[in-house]
Design a protein around this ligand. Structure first.
Ligand SMILES: Nc1ncnc2c1ncn2[C@@H]1O[C@H](COP(=O)(O)OP(=O)(O)OP(=O)(O)O)[C@@H](O)[C@H]1O
Length: 464
C-alpha cells in the first residue's frame, strides 16, 4: 500500500479499525514520524473515542548527550496538548557491538512495561513506508533467497501479551512531514539517522539519490506480494499442524508418517521449522535449508537427527520430536516472569510457601530416574516417552521432586506454562495462524484478542 494521502481526515482511516478499549501507548521519539503519529492519533481519539486513554512514551536511551533534553522537549509538546507523557530511561549495560539491536530490545521492553503498568494492551509506533522499504532492502541484502521480504508486519505481539501496531506503514515520510509543516510543527532530527556507521542510515542515504524512489516503490511492491505468500504458507502450515501433530506425553511431539509425504513441502518445511524451534526452545525458526534437507530425508525412516536443540526420531510409527538432553538448564530457584529453557514461562503467585517441606525450591529437569516412574502412554515406545519427560521441568526441594504434573501446572504458588519459543518475544501478525496452532498443540496460553476490531485472532487475520 503506497499512500501519499495528506487529507485532513487521514487519521480516521488510519486508526478506524483499531481497538482502543484499553487505551494506547504512543511511542514518540520526537522525530517527524512519531510526532505525526501522535498528532494524528490524538485527533482521531478526540473525534471518535475521547474517553480512550492515550499515553505518550519517550525512551531515553542515554546514547547521545542531547537525549535527555530531547525527551523533555517531547514532554513539553505533550503537556501543551494535554497528552499524558512519560520518559523512560534505558539504564542497562550498553553493548560494544550490536547497539541498535540492543537499544531496540530495551525500548520495546520499556514500552511494554509502561503499557502493562496502565493496563494498556496496544502500543503504536511511527514506522513508515520509507522504513518498510529500508527494512526490505536490508533483509534482501542479507538473504539472497529473499526470505523476510515481507518486511515489518502491520502488528507484532510482544511477549505474547502486548500488541505493537504500525498504523503508518503505508504512508510515506514526506506526506507526514508535509502535514507537520502545514501545522507549523517542528521535529527533532536524530543525528544517528545519518550516521554512516549503521546500516539503516546507509540504506536511507542510498535511497535518497538517483533511482531511489523507484527502488522504494519496487521494494514496497515486493513486500506486499511476499506478505500474501507468507500468510498463505503459514495458513497451510497451521492446517498441517492441526491435522498431523499431537503431543502424546509432555515434551514429545508426534507427527503422522503422512507428514513426510506431504506434497506441499513449503508448508511442511515451515511447520517443521516452527515445531523444531518450539520443542528445542530456540528463539529463531530452524534454518530453512537444513530443515528442507531434513524433510526430504524424513520419508526414509528410520532416521535420527538433531536440529535446533531438537532430536528428530523418524520411525515407522511416526516422526517424534523432543528436546535434546544436552545443555539443559542447571537447577535454579524459579524467577517470576522468567523463561525456563526458553520453553516455559514461570509465574510466581505471591510468596512461595513450602509448608513443612525442607530445602530450597528449585526448578530442574525431571531427569531420567524420575521419568521412569512417570505415567507413560501405551501407544508410544517407553524409551521415547522417558527421554522426552526427562528434559521436562519439575519443581524440587531438598532433592525431592515436589511436583511434575506434565511440566505445566505446579505448586499453587508457582506456575510453569509452555511457550511457543520462536514467537514468544515477537510474533509478527503474518505468523498468527501457525503460532495459534502450535499454542494449542503444546498447551501454551491462547493468543490475546486482536488489536483490530472484528478480527478473530484464534485463526489469524490479516491487515491490508
Ligand atoms: N526513543 C524512542 N522513544 C519512543 N519511541 C521510539 C524511540 N525511538 C523510536 N521509537 C519508535 O519507533 C519508531 C521507529 O523508530 P526508528 O525507525 O528510529 O527505530 P528502529 O530502531 O528502526 O525501529 P524498530 O527497531 O522498531 O524497527 C518510531 O516512529 C517511534 O514510534
Amino acid at each position: 500500500m503506497l499512500t501519499l494521502d495528506t487529507k485532513p481526515d487521514l487519521s480516521n482511516s488510519l486508526f478506524s479499525d483499531l481497538d482502543f478499549s484499553t487505551g494506547a501507548v504512543a511511542a514518540v521519539s520526537g522525530g517527524s514520524d512519531s510526532t505525526a503519529l501522535l498528532l494524528l492519533l490524538k485527533d482521531h481519539l478526540d473525534r471518535t473515542a475521547s474517553a480512550a486513554r492515550l499515553l505518550a512514551v519517550t525512551v531515553d536511551h542515554g546514547l547521545r548527550p542531547d537525549s535527555a533534553t530531547e525527551a523533555r522537549l517531547v514532554a513539553g509538546f505533550c503537556a501543551e496538548r494535554g497528552i499524558a507523557h512519560r520518559i523512560l530511561a534505558w539504564s542497562g549495560d550498553k553493548p560494544a557491538s550490536g547497539l541498535p539491536a540492543a537499544a531496540r530490545e530495551a525500548r520495546y521492553n520499556l514500552l511494554a512495561t509502561a503499557a502493562e503498568a496502565e493496563g494498556i494492551k496496544l502500543i503504536l509506533t511511527g514506522h513508515t513506508a520509507d522504513d518498510q522499504a529500508e527494512t526490505v532492502l536490508m533483509r534482501q541484502a542479507r538473504d539472497a533467497e529473499g526470505r523476510g521480504l515481507a518486511g515489518m508486519a502491520p502488528a507484532t505481539l510482544h511477549d505474547w501479551r502486548t500488541w505493537i501496531v504500525r498504523p503508518l506503514l503505508g504512508i510515506r515520510r514526506a506526506a507526514l512531514r508535509a502535514m507537520l509543516r502545514r501545522r507549523h510543527i517542528g521535529w527533532i532530527e536524530d543525528p544517528t539517522n545519518v550516521d554512516a556507521r549503521f546500516e539503516r542510515p546507509r540504506v536511507r542515504a542510498a535511497l535518497a539519490q538517483g533511482e531511489g524512489e523507484q527502488r522504494i516503490a519496487e521494494a514496497l511492491a515486493r513486500a506486499g506480494q511476499a506478505v500474501g505468500e507468507r500468510e498463505g504458507v503459514g495458513h497451510r502450515a497451521a492446517l498441517l499442524i492441526d491435522a498431523c501433530a499431537s503431543r502424546p506425553v509432555p515434551g514429545l511431539i508426534r507427527l503422522d508418517r503422512d507428514f513426510a509425504g506431504h506434497e506441499d513441502d513449503r508448508a511442511a518445511v515451515y511447520a517443521l521449522r516452527i515445531l523444531l524451534a518450539t520443542v528445542g526452545g530456540v528463539s529463531f525458526l530452524a534454518d530453512e535449508a537444513r530443515c528442507a534437507a531434513l524433510f526430504s530425508r524424513l520419508r526414509s525412516a528410520p532416521l535420527r537427527a538433531t536440529l535446533s536443540r531438537t532430536v528428530v526420531d523418524a520411525r515407522k510409527t511416526g516422526i517424534f520430536l523432543r528436546r535434546e538432553n544436552r545443555t539443559l538448564p542447571a537447577p535454579a530457584p524459579p524467577v517470576d516472569n522468567g523463561l525456563w529453557d526458553n520453553r516455559r514461562r514461570i509465574t510466581l503467585h505471591g510468596r512461595i510457601t513450602l509448608n513443612d517441606r525442607p530445602g530450597d525450591l528449585v526448578i530442574a529437569p525431571l531427569g531420567s530416574a524420575a521419568a521412569k516412574r512417570a505415567f507413560l502412554s501405551e501407544d508410544i515406545p517407553a524409551s521415547l516417552s522417558r527421554a522426552a519427560l526427562a528434559a521436562e521441568p519439575s519443581l524440587w526441594a531438598g532433592g525431592e521432586c515436589l511436583d511434575f504434573a506434565g511440566g505445566n501446572a505446579s505448586l499453587q504458588s508457582v506456575s510453569i506454562v509452555p511457550v511457543v519459543a520462536p514467537f514468544q518475544r515477537f510474533l509478527p501478525s503474518f505468523d498468527l495462524e501457525p503460532a495459534a496452532a502450535v499454542a494449542v498443540l503444546v498447551g501454551a496460553p491462547p493468543l490475546p484478542a486482536s488489536p483490530f476490531r472484528g478480527h478473530d485472532v484464534g485463526r489469524g487475520w490479516a491487515k491490508a
